[in-house]
Design a protein around this ligand. Structure first.
Ligand SMILES: [Zn+2]
Length: 142
Protein backbone atom coordinates (compact mmCIF):
# COMPACT_ATOMS: atom_id res chain seq x y z
CA UNK A 1 0.00 0.00 0.00
CA UNK A 2 1.68 3.24 -1.10
CA UNK A 3 1.85 5.80 1.68
CA UNK A 4 -0.01 8.53 -0.22
CA UNK A 5 -3.09 6.31 -0.25
CA UNK A 6 -3.24 6.68 3.50
CA UNK A 7 -3.74 10.43 3.38
CA UNK A 8 -7.03 11.92 4.51
CA UNK A 9 -9.21 12.92 1.61
CA UNK A 10 -11.23 15.83 2.87
CA UNK A 11 -10.50 19.10 4.66
CA UNK A 12 -12.66 18.00 7.57
CA UNK A 13 -10.57 14.87 8.00
CA UNK A 14 -7.31 16.83 7.89
CA UNK A 15 -8.49 19.27 10.50
CA UNK A 16 -9.66 16.45 12.74
CA UNK A 17 -6.22 14.91 12.48
CA UNK A 18 -4.53 18.20 13.27
CA UNK A 19 -6.67 18.67 16.36
CA UNK A 20 -5.50 15.42 17.88
CA UNK A 21 -1.95 15.51 19.16
CA UNK A 22 -0.34 12.15 19.28
CA UNK A 23 2.42 12.80 21.81
CA UNK A 24 2.37 14.73 25.06
CA UNK A 25 -1.40 14.68 25.17
CA UNK A 26 -2.97 16.10 28.31
CA UNK A 27 -3.99 12.67 29.72
CA UNK A 28 -0.42 11.56 29.17
CA UNK A 29 1.04 14.64 30.89
CA UNK A 30 -1.36 14.17 33.80
CA UNK A 31 -0.25 10.56 34.28
CA UNK A 32 3.41 11.50 33.98
CA UNK A 33 3.03 14.17 36.61
CA UNK A 34 1.28 11.73 38.98
CA UNK A 35 3.98 9.10 38.50
CA UNK A 36 6.62 11.73 39.14
CA UNK A 37 4.85 12.72 42.36
CA UNK A 38 5.02 9.08 43.47
CA UNK A 39 8.79 9.36 43.19
CA UNK A 40 9.36 7.30 40.05
CA UNK A 41 11.71 8.40 37.28
CA UNK A 42 11.25 7.44 33.67
CA UNK A 43 12.04 8.21 30.05
CA UNK A 44 9.49 9.48 27.55
CA UNK A 45 8.98 8.62 23.88
CA UNK A 46 12.01 6.48 23.60
CA UNK A 47 12.62 3.11 22.00
CA UNK A 48 13.27 0.64 24.82
CA UNK A 49 14.90 -1.98 22.59
CA UNK A 50 16.83 -1.39 19.39
CA UNK A 51 15.32 -4.36 17.54
CA UNK A 52 11.80 -2.92 17.69
CA UNK A 53 10.29 0.36 16.51
CA UNK A 54 8.05 0.37 19.59
CA UNK A 55 8.19 3.81 21.21
CA UNK A 56 6.08 3.78 24.36
CA UNK A 57 4.98 7.04 25.97
CA UNK A 58 6.60 6.24 29.30
CA UNK A 59 9.56 3.89 29.72
CA UNK A 60 11.01 2.42 32.91
CA UNK A 61 14.20 0.95 31.57
CA UNK A 62 15.55 -0.81 34.66
CA UNK A 63 12.19 -2.36 35.54
CA UNK A 64 11.48 -3.11 31.88
CA UNK A 65 8.01 -1.62 32.00
CA UNK A 66 6.55 0.30 29.06
CA UNK A 67 3.44 2.44 29.31
CA UNK A 68 1.18 3.66 26.53
CA UNK A 69 -1.46 6.31 27.11
CA UNK A 70 -3.92 5.76 24.32
CA UNK A 71 -6.48 8.09 22.85
CA UNK A 72 -9.98 6.60 22.92
CA UNK A 73 -10.55 7.63 19.33
CA UNK A 74 -7.19 6.66 17.82
CA UNK A 75 -7.05 3.25 19.40
CA UNK A 76 -10.78 2.44 19.39
CA UNK A 77 -11.46 2.28 23.10
CA UNK A 78 -14.38 -0.10 23.77
CA UNK A 79 -16.28 2.67 25.63
CA UNK A 80 -15.69 5.69 23.40
CA UNK A 81 -14.71 4.50 19.96
CA UNK A 82 -16.50 6.42 17.25
CA UNK A 83 -16.27 5.77 13.56
CA UNK A 84 -16.43 9.01 11.59
CA UNK A 85 -19.13 8.98 8.95
CA UNK A 86 -17.06 10.60 6.22
CA UNK A 87 -14.11 8.72 4.77
CA UNK A 88 -15.23 5.71 6.74
CA UNK A 89 -13.00 3.27 4.89
CA UNK A 90 -9.93 5.44 5.31
CA UNK A 91 -10.51 5.89 9.04
CA UNK A 92 -11.25 2.26 9.64
CA UNK A 93 -8.04 1.27 7.87
CA UNK A 94 -6.07 3.87 9.81
CA UNK A 95 -7.41 2.89 13.22
CA UNK A 96 -7.27 -0.84 12.62
CA UNK A 97 -3.71 -0.26 11.38
CA UNK A 98 -2.89 1.45 14.69
CA UNK A 99 -4.25 -1.49 16.63
CA UNK A 100 -2.33 -3.99 14.53
CA UNK A 101 0.92 -2.06 14.93
CA UNK A 102 0.34 -1.77 18.70
CA UNK A 103 -0.08 -5.53 18.99
CA UNK A 104 3.08 -6.16 17.00
CA UNK A 105 5.10 -3.79 19.20
CA UNK A 106 3.57 -5.37 22.27
CA UNK A 107 4.75 -8.81 21.14
CA UNK A 108 8.25 -7.52 20.35
CA UNK A 109 8.65 -5.96 23.80
CA UNK A 110 7.14 -8.96 25.60
CA UNK A 111 9.60 -11.24 23.83
CA UNK A 112 12.40 -9.23 25.48
CA UNK A 113 10.91 -9.55 28.94
CA UNK A 114 9.10 -6.23 29.03
CA UNK A 115 5.75 -5.68 30.70
CA UNK A 116 3.43 -3.39 28.77
CA UNK A 117 0.74 -1.27 30.37
CA UNK A 118 -2.02 0.26 28.27
CA UNK A 119 -3.83 3.21 29.79
CA UNK A 120 -6.89 4.74 28.13
CA UNK A 121 -7.06 8.51 28.12
CA UNK A 122 -10.42 8.28 29.91
CA UNK A 123 -8.87 6.60 32.95
CA UNK A 124 -8.19 8.62 36.09
CA UNK A 125 -4.50 9.68 36.14
CA UNK A 126 -4.17 9.05 39.91
CA UNK A 127 -5.42 5.50 39.55
CA UNK A 128 -3.30 4.79 36.49
CA UNK A 129 -0.21 6.18 38.23
CA UNK A 130 -0.84 4.11 41.38
CA UNK A 131 -1.19 0.97 39.27
CA UNK A 132 2.04 1.69 37.40
CA UNK A 133 3.83 2.43 40.67
CA UNK A 134 2.69 -0.88 42.20
CA UNK A 135 3.84 -2.74 39.10
CA UNK A 136 7.29 -1.10 39.15
CA UNK A 137 7.79 -1.99 42.82
CA UNK A 138 6.70 -5.54 42.13
CA UNK A 139 9.06 -5.85 39.13
CA UNK A 140 11.98 -4.40 41.09
CA UNK A 141 11.51 -6.94 43.89
CA UNK A 142 11.58 -9.92 41.54
ZN1 LIG B 1 -12.31 5.70 26.31
Amino acid sequence: MPIQKLQPKSKATSSRMRQIRRENTSPELAIRSQIHKLGLRFLVHTRPITQSLAKPDIVFKKSRVAVYVDGCFWHACPNHATWPKTNRTWWKKKILGNIERDRRHDAELSAEGWTIVWIWEHEKPEIAAALICALIHHRDQN
